[in-house]
Design a protein around this ligand. Structure first.
Ligand SMILES: [Zn+2]
Length: 134
């Protein structure tokens, strides 16, 4: 199991990942690393307001929220905090399912909010054009 992870900034991911490296592509807003349990699976995490939040302090990467590899056979779950892997133990299948649900809900909520905002923008634009025709 990996205990620490170092940061490498890239434009494109390399063909094969090195263990204990977090690849960050700021350009494509995506991060990738090998599952910290050592199973060899690539874990790709998109970065963004509704996805993962990446921060870096003195070259030590952090990702929020935690990495939950429910889709992998190993089902590992850990946090990447300031270049360290913090393991979460004792997650039951039920908790995993709930975790997935919460994440999905948050995502839906975010997109619903964004949609609403966009609609309002168009309404305001219309009103504005009504009063100030070109
Ligand atoms: Zn794994």
């Amino acid at each position: 199991m990996t205990k620490g992870i170092k940061l490498i900034n890239v434009d494109f991911f390399p063909e094969t990942f090195s263990p204990a490296v977090l690849y960050i592509s700021e350009e494509y807003k995506v991060a990738g690393h090998l599952c910290a349990c050592g199973c060899g699976s690539q874990v790709i995490t998109p970065l963004g307001p509704a996805e993962w939040c990446f921060t870096e302090v003195e070259g030590k990467p952090s990702l929020e929220p935690s990495i939950g590899n429910w889709q992998l056979p190993c089902k590992s779950h850990y946090w990447i905090t300031a270049g360290r892997i913090e393991w979460s133990y004792g997650w039951t299948e039920k908790q995993i399912k709930q975790g997935e649900l919460v994440e999905e809900e948050q995502r839906q909520l975010y997109y619903a909010k964004r949609e609403k905002r966009t609609k309002w923008y168009f309404v305001l634009q219309r009103v504005f054009q009504w009063f100030f025709p070109r």
